[in-house]
Ligand binder design. Structure first.
Ligand SMILES: *Cc1c(COP(=O)(O)O)cnc(C)c1O
Length: 466
């Protein structure tokens, strides 16, 4: 064994102890760590002939790289839709590295840790009150979950005219209908060879809405003259957290032949609260659903899952199986994740979610969801009382707003970059209904009313200096 490795092996306990202490120092201080910084490095360090060993590497990391770290898992990182990591999720994440399983099979002699993934999906179905007619698996993020779901949808579309697109490639245009797709779904259309421009836009409901207009959807369906199509619908659009009407879509599914996908990356968690579950009523009728865990479930990146109806397992295997040989036996008995999703080798990605669900239960997540939505409303009210205006109603956890008055439109970017430069809070720019806006998304379990207060004070100060 190489001498540096041997030394590390002998010194393992000390190395992990130091790492643990560093983690505690960072996490205990996360509220004081800036949400952005201007520190930079020249990313061209030389690779030494002789290694440093872990302790020296840790020293170099702390000197040169650690200053790059911002508090993206802290309470005031409101940009994108960024979750944090709860204690239990970190336990799961660490142990996933420690055990380093090759999570593929539920029956193999080489390990059947995929059973943990089955169990975690089962817990998530209970949390979201979805039936076990769905089969799920973990992927890196909602982008890959949308990709996995839409890849199976693509195979389904070919089968409607007796074609096997997975084997023979796409030989005819695929009909896609959608109103307000997330940019990642559009990227998936590009990756899947469907084409990022090749979808039909369904109108949104009149007024301040991003949800699809059911009447217009039905007209667009009729214009297809009975041809099959794929519907990409939304449970929570990023700007205004709007939801399509799933009961109405379910009723259309009785009349027309289509694959129904729901992107519920963060909005799917509305199902956890009595107050918000009406938003997702009827979503169990979908063929596939995307949910992110590294957003509202507050587990570390990279964690998301797809849910696809078990009835479609053969289409899923046709899409992702590793050999051209026909799949032998009952696919649900001989189950192996490498035949149903993009990756072959995977880490035990379910473990952070498993620990979180066990540690905090239904109530823990209900509290996170309801605290986040209460804070969004609280922030919205404070904005109105100051010199801001809401661009859309606050339906859930996202607040889309701008500076008050048309004449201030040109100052929005300057305001936001000055605000983000304070390092006290981070928000993302957006454009909504042709207006320059700002989006704040509440998903982090640590955020409190004090954070909202502090941010409002910063905003007033930045505004006064503009
Ligand atoms: C965040 C998000 C995505 C993309 O998710 P990643 O985890 O970043 O890949 C897709 N859809 C919606 C609605 C989202 O909010």
């Amino acid at each position: 064994m190489n001498s540096k490795l041997q030394h590390d092996l002998n010194n393992f306990e000390n190395i992990l102890e130091k790492t643990k202490q560093q983690g505690i120092d960072f996490l205990n201080n996360i509220e004081n760590i800036p949400t952005s910084n201007t520190y930079s490095i020249d990313p061209k360090t030389v690779l030494n002939e002789l290694g440093l060993g872990s302790i020296e590497a840790l020293k170099e990391f702390n000197e040169r790289l650690a200053p790059l770290m911002v508090s993206s898992s802290g309470p005031r990182y409101w940009g994108f839709v960024t979750g944090g990591s709860t204690p239990a999720s970190i336990v799961g994440d660490w142990l996933a590295s420690v055990y380093d399983q090759n999570t593929q099979s539920v029956t193999s002699q080489g390990g059947n840790s995929a059973l943990i993934e089955f169990e975690t999906i089962n817990l998530l179905l209970q949390l979201l009150e979805l039936p076990d007619s769905f089969l799920g698996g973990f992927v890196t993020g909602a982008t890959m979950s949308n990709f996995t779901s839409l890849a199976v949808a693509r195979q389904w579309f070919g089968k409607q005219s007796g074609k096997d697109f997975a084997k023979n490639g796409i030989s005819e245009p695929i009909n896609i209908l959608t109103a307000t797709p997330h940019s990642s779904s559009v990227k998936c259309l590009s990756l899947l060879g469907i084409g990022s421009q090749n979808y039909t836009v369904v109108k949104t409901i009149e007024g301040n809405r991003e949800a699809l207009d059911i009447g217009d959807l039905e007209e667009k369906i009729k214009a297809l003259n009975g041809k099959p199509f794929i519907l990409i619908s939304s449970a929570g659009t990023v700007n205004t957290a709007d939801f399509d009407d799933f009961e109405a879509i379910a009723a259309l599914k009785e009349k027309y032949n289509f694959w129904w996908h729901i992107d519920g990356a963060f909005g799917g968690f509305a199902a956890v609260s009595e107050k918000y579950k009406h938003y997702v009523k009827g979503w169990d009728g979908a063929d596939s659903i995307t949910i992110d865990c590294h957003k509202w479930l507050n587990v570390p990146y990279e964690s998301a899952f797809y849910l696809i109806k078990k009835d479609h397992i053969n289409l899923q295997i046709e899409t992702f199986q590793n050999s051209n040989a026909p799949y032998l036996g009952n696919p649900l008995e001989n189950f192996n994740y490498l035949n149903v999703l993009p990756e072959n080798s995977r880490r035990l990605r379910a473990l952070p979610a498993w620990f979180s669900l066990k540690a905090y239960g239904k109530e823990g997540f209900r509290d996170i969801i309801e605290d986040s939505t209460a804070l969004a409303l609280h922030f919205g009210n404070a904005l109105i009382e100051n010199d801001f205006e809401l661009l859309a109603p606050i339906r859930l956890n996202n607040v889309c707003f701008t500076l008050k008055g048309e004449h201030n439109q040109e100052k929005v970017s300057q305001f936001l970059s000055a605000l983000n430069d304070t390092g006290k809070v981070f928000m993302t720019p957006t454009v909504y209904q042709n207006k320059k806006g700002i989006r704040a998304s509440f998903v982090n379990w640590r955020t409190t009313e004090d954070d909202v207060k502090l941010v409002i004070e910063e905003m007033r100060e930045v505004l006064s200096e503009l």
